[in-house]
Design a protein around this ligand. Structure first.
Ligand SMILES: [Zn+2]
Ligand SMILES: [Zn+2]
Length: 471
């Protein structure tokens, strides 16, 4: 067998691995908290102290395949083009050094960032003052590990911040202030305004013609809430039992605050701020909180019933005359405008169709298939006219004044929508905490609150009920 030799060779390959030992002052791997893949960073594997230089060259002369390997071979030809006069090697993390470097190389705009391990975000180290397309942008990342520093190239800042928000599309990041934009338009608008890190971007916007007047538009706030409830809890402090004390690990708790009573007053108010007490309750005894919830729910049902039947309009003598003569809406203070011919014609058509439906229903004796649609069209045509209507207080029935149809609707009271404020003294500091324990007992599916911390609430919306502090 020893003198046997192959007749032919099908394939022959030699694989040679590059032996490139990494020196202690050279390459450092990326911090643990940094995105591992597709992070837009090129971490050059140099074995000398020249990582700053290699990074700048790598950013200026990008290589597609393995840009991190063997910088001597990839970027060695360009070393001469970099002016490193008076710059210490290895390049320290220091602003004057970066300034000197920019001075030496007038075509480069340099930004250096650090990775913040705790917050998992980028921090500034140095931001260039050179703006504009004419400069070659170089973005570097400096990572520090036990007295050693190492520079990497940030090839794509956008990729590095990809995980910073829920927006998973292309992001546009300002390299001077790290503000992120999800749309290119916003980013392009920002760039000329950006005054870099310590100067927040601002753009003076002068009022333009026709849009220079600020006025009150929130007309629905002109009307006070028809109902409000004033309430308070009475709370006793009880000593903890030995079993309850053993449950405690860190904090020493001595006593427990236990609600022992409540009182409330339901007040109804009309728009002239005349009020009357509709009902009240005072209770002292066990299960005070649970009872309070049940009682308040009953009061809410009564309020809804009352609000669903608004008072009939009461016209005083002279009201009708002043209504007919009025040329201005009492709510928005704007004149009544004659509806356009087109709107009038639309209204007439809708009215005619609705009459047809009614006739059809009267003769056939069943619901018209398109009744709802036609009714909706009629309502829309009617509100498009924006006629003059009589506005009246739904609580006391008094006529308030002539109003636009749309303005009148803004002051509408909804029996299930209009909020009922429940006002309590020091709700924020004390009673909200107790109320939170029973809030699940309310038969509602909508809960909303403005929390101050985990156990303190400024305000709380339990469906139609709005718990507020009297302060
Ligand atoms: Zn900016
Ligand atoms: Zn109006």
């Amino acid at each position: 067998m020893f003198d046997a030799y192959p007749e032919y060779i099908e394939e022959f390959s030699i694989e040679i691995a590059d032996f490139n030992p990494i020196g202690p002052t050279a390459h450092i791997s990326l911090p643990e908290t940094m995105p591992k893949r597709n992070n837009g960073i090129i971490n050059i594997q140099n074995n000398d102290d020249w990582c700053f230089g290699w990074c700048v060259l790598g950013a200026l002369h990008p290589v597609k395949v393995h840009p991190e390997r063997n910088p001597h071979r990839l970027y060695g030809d360009f070393v001469e083009k970099l002016n490193m006069d008076d710059i210490p090697i290895p390049v320290p993390v220091s602003t004057p050094v970066y300034k000197k470097f920019e001075e030496n190389n007038p075509e480069i705009s340099l930004c250096v960032y650090e990775w913040h391990n705790q917050n998992k975000c980028l921090d500034f180290r140095y931001v260039s003052e050179r703006r504009g397309e004419e400069y070659k942008q170089v973005n570097l990342l400096v990572i520090t590990e036990e007295e050693r520093s190492h520079y990497c190239i940030i090839k794509d800042l956008h990729k590095l911040v990809y995980n910073h928000s829920k927006h998973k599309g292309q992001k546009y990041l300002c390299r001077y202030c790290l503000h992120v934009y999800s749309a290119e338009k916003g980013y392009k608008e920002h760039l000329p305004k950006c005054k870099s890190l310590n100067n927040a971007p601002q753009r003076p916007q002068m009022p333009v013609k026709n849009r220079s007047i600020k006025a009150f538009y929130n007309h629905k706030c002109m009307q006070p809430n028809p109902y409000r409830i004033f309430w308070n809890l009475e709370i006793l402090t009880e000593k903890l039992t030995p079993e309850e004390k053993t449950k405690l690990i860190h904090t020493e708790r001595l006593q427990m605050h236990k609600p022992c009573g409540y009182c409330y007053v339901v007040v109804r108010m009309d728009s002239s701020l005349n009020y009357e007490i509709m009902s009240y309750d005072l209770y002292r005894g066990p299960d005070a909180l649970e009872r309070f919830v049940t009682k308040i729910e009953k009061e809410q049902a009564n309020i809804q019933e009352d609000l669903s039947a608004p008072a009939e309009m009461i016209l005083a003598s002279g009201d009708l005359k002043s209504y007919n003569e009025a040329t201005e809406c009492w709510i928005c203070k704007k004149p009544f405008i004659k509806p356009s011919q087109e709107a009038l014609q639309k209204f007439e058509e809708a009215k005619h169709r609705l009459l047809e439906v009614k006739e059809w229903e009267a003769s056939i004796g069943e619901d018209h298939p398109e009744k709802k649609k036609i009714q909706k069209e009629y309502r829309e045509a009617l509100s498009a006219l924006n006629r003059k209507v009589k506005d009246h207080d739904h609580i006391n029935g008094k006529y308030r004044g002539p109003a636009h149809d749309t303005c009148n609707k803004k002051l509408r009271i909804g029996s299930f929508e209009t909020k009922v404020p429940l006002i309590c003294h020091n709700f924020r500091g004390y009673d909200s905490h107790s109320l939170m324990k029973v809030v699940s007992k309310f038969t509602v599916d909508k809960l909303n609150c403005i929390p101050e911390n985990i156990g303190k609430y400024k305000a709380m919306d339990v469906d139609q009920l709005r718990f507020l502090d009297s302060f």
